[in-house]
Design a protein around this ligand. Structure first.
Ligand SMILES: C[S@@+](CC[C@H](N)C(=O)[O-])C[C@H]1O[C@@H](n2cnc3c(N)ncnc32)[C@H](O)[C@@H]1O
Length: 328
């Protein structure tokens, strides 16, 4: 069979129009907010990759090591000839570990970041020429029709690493898992990376790194609004603010206004008091049992869970068990 280094690229154009509407409505609320999916322009995706290598940011290292230790077992449980579908693929570094073990005939990556998605799909198509690769540039929080892929797969296996599920509030996570359950279909499966609850100091450090990379990632959202929507945010007049809210069980990231000021975006003026914030990201933390309950509420069976020795991170195998009716 000839080597296949190319891939299918489906661009559902998840960008500028939604960005404008969402920014204008988010900044008009009494408690201003912007959706975290807008962090990921080309600069934001590169900054996220830099965050992954920071000494304080334990999730990436931990999850990658867990994948390296357990991908063989994951592949055995998933079985041969899966159609592997990844949500929020990013650089695809952990995906490679899974692909090496699973050797799926086809892989579909979904990501809102066009640059990161192209790089990931190009690299994976070149590295695994016998695997069919499709890249879908889309916003998975909106209704999404996946393109057909011409292979006979035994089951669909959804991969959602990086604790990206933590960016959803708990009701949003349930809705997303219900959607994933439908996409996986009868007999399908899902592997989800979920960050665990832990001591507050460790969590605080992970989102307030000494080098200020997370701060740059957060502030880049305003730079993006200035560039793409003709905004005039004074970037130096805002600062990164991240803290753990124990009642909600989540890290919240905000951009805090250092002084009273105003910013104009697409002709709309927004006023900020000194100390007022824009809420930019949630990063919800779960116990193993809490996450398994959400997965069950979404219709999945919680089949297996892996954790690391320090109990920092979890990876869950969820299955969509085919219901059989017993004959009387
Ligand atoms: C936290 S990063 C995780 C990246 C990678 N999976 C990992 O584990 O390192 C989140 C990824 O999801 C993508 N993403 C975030 N929100 C999205 C959305 N609403 N639709 C599609 N992709 C999204 C980002 O572009 C980014 O690549």
């Amino acid at each position: 069979m000839p080597a296949r280094a190319e891939f299918l690229f489906h661009d559902l154009h998840p960008d500028t129009e939604n960005l404008l509407d969402d920014v204008l409505s988010g900044l008009a609320q009494p408690r201003k907010s912007l959706a975290p999916k807008y962090f990921y322009d080309a600069v934001g995706s590169a900054l996220f990759e830099a965050i992954c290598t920071l000494p304080e940011y334990y999730p990436t290292r931990t999850e990658l090591a867990m994948m390296q230790a357990s991908a063989g077992e994951m592949a055995r449980l998933l079985g041969p000839r899966c159609l592997l579908i990844e949500y929020g693929a990013g650089s695809g570094r952990k995906t490679r570990v899974l692909i090496e073990a699973l050797m799926p005939p086809a892989y579909m990556a979904i990501d809102i970041s066009r640059t990161a998605l192209r790089q990931c799909a190009t690299a994976l198509a070149a590295a695994y020429p016998l695997m069919r690769v499709a890249a879908v540039c889309a916003d998975y929080t909106r209704p999404l029709q996946l393109p057909a892929i011409d292979i006979s797969a035994s089951r669909r296996a959804i991969y959602f690493p990086g604790s990206t599920i933590g960016n959803f509030t708990r009701p949003e996570a349930l809705a997303f898992l219900r959607h994933a359950h439908a996409i996986a279909g009868p007999g399908g499966a899902m592997l989800v990376g979920v960050d665990l609850k832990k001591d507050f100091a460790r969590l605080h450090a992970a989102y307030n790194d000494a080098q200020g990379v997370t701060a740059a990632f957060n502030l880049n959202l305003l730079t993006r609004i200035n560039r793409e929507l003709g905004g005039n945010f004074d970037i130096g007049a805002f600062e990164h603010h991240a803290f753990y809210d124990a009642d909600e069980g989540r890290i919240e990231m905000h951009l805090r206004s250092k002084r009273q000021q105003q910013a104009i975006v697409a002709g709309h003026t927004f006023h900020f008091r000194a100390g007022e914030t824009i809420h930019t990201e949630n990063s919800c933390k779960y116990s193993v049992e809490e996450f398994q309950q959400v997965a069950r509420d979404a219709g999945f069976t919680a089949e297996r869970c892996w954790t690391d020795a320090e109990h920092l991170f979890s990876i869950h195998l969820l299955t969509n068990v085919v219901q059989t009716t017993k004959m009387p």
